[in-house]
Design a protein around this ligand. Sequence first.
Ligand SMILES: NC(=O)C1=CN([C@@H]2O[C@H](COP(=O)(O)OP(=O)(O)OC[C@H]3O[C@@H](n4cnc5c(N)ncnc54)[C@H](OP(=O)(O)O)[C@@H]3O)[C@@H](O)[C@H]2O)[C@@H](O)CC1
Ligand SMILES: Nc1ncnc2c1ncn2[C@@H]1O[C@H](COP(=O)(O)OP(=O)(O)O)[C@@H](O)[C@H]1O
Ligand SMILES: [Mg+2]
Length: 281
Amino acid sequence: MEKITKEKVRAFMPTRERDSYKGSYGRVLFVGGNEHMGGAIILAASAGVYSGAGLVTVATHPSNKAALHARLPEAMFVDMTDSRQLKHYVESMDMIVLGPGLGRDETSLAVLQTVYETVKSYQILLVDGDGIYLHVNETVPEPDATLILTPHLGEWRTLTHLAPDDQYDDVNLGYAKQLNAIVVLKKARTEVYCDDEVWENTTGNPSMATGGMGDTLAGMIGGFVPQFDTLKEGVLSAVYLHSYIADDLSLTHYVTLPTAIIEEIPKVMKEFSTDKHRRWL
Ligand SMILES: NC(=O)C1=CN([C@@H]2O[C@H](COP(=O)(O)OP(=O)(O)OC[C@H]3O[C@@H](n4cnc5c(N)ncnc54)[C@H](OP(=O)(O)O)[C@@H]3O)[C@@H](O)[C@H]2O)[C@@H](O)CC1
Ligand SMILES: Nc1ncnc2c1ncn2[C@@H]1O[C@H](COP(=O)(O)OP(=O)(O)O)[C@@H](O)[C@H]1O
Ligand SMILES: [Mg+2]
């Protein structure tokens, strides 16, 4: 099992070119947030923007539009229940993050099916939260995109029917391949199953055990992957820094709020970047 370490993330962190623009850093669509759980997709999209994604659009229930723009004016809005509009936006994206706060009813399923039917092989699709529930429990088409799944232990059990004691690395890796997905298995020491490799995080603490923490990780992965040299380096770095920030906050905070972690992302990415003293003359 490889360890995700500070040195490795330092080496993964990209250095921005002076002649770059927002299109250089990814077009990302966040899809989720029914009328009861708009917070989940706002957290995910906020984490994506604060991670440096070039252009972020949020496809969510219209009731969340005002809250989204109040919290995150950098993001654009589209009505996720308008399948024609949703399809149009999915087609223009580098990466789609689907599932935080999506819900599990027929409207949620229709949204997931539209995304699954539309994504192409050159795109990356991350499925989290209720998206995982629907992926397992409903009849859905096989999405053509590169698939990343980010289950917590309960969702992993739903995906694999594996009891916690049977979740050995090699068994988990076998299921990841069966699912044709990169798997981020969220736990006290999160594991990443990718390219026939198993990686274990070296950061994280129980102050993170609060709602919205996984939505935030999904957003960081969505923001990192289009910027990093490889998909794997983006996923590993997001997993590491999400918990690295929480570790730092937990020195003075009993619980680390997802919104507090999001605020720290740009500063910590700079700390891990080699261009931290460069002056853009
Ligand atoms: N602000 C918002 O809008 C928020 C919105 N959210 C959205 O809510 C949606 C549902 O996601 P969810 O994980 O909250 O509930 P769910 O998938 O029904 O759990 C399924 C089962 O798994 C179990 N289980 C969970 N963790 C486990 C663990 N580590 N280890 C072991 N078991 C574990 C758990 O067990 P139990 O708690 O019953 O012991 C339960 O039985 C999703 O779309 C998400 O984005 C949330 O992000 C919160 C903030
Ligand atoms: N005790 C813990 N130690 C380290 N990380 C934790 C701990 N408890 C929860 N986490 C992290 O918090 C996140 C929880 O994800 P998830 O359950 O999907 O949250 P939500 O769906 O509420 O946003 C994961 O990234 C997990 O690794
Ligand atoms: Mg979750």
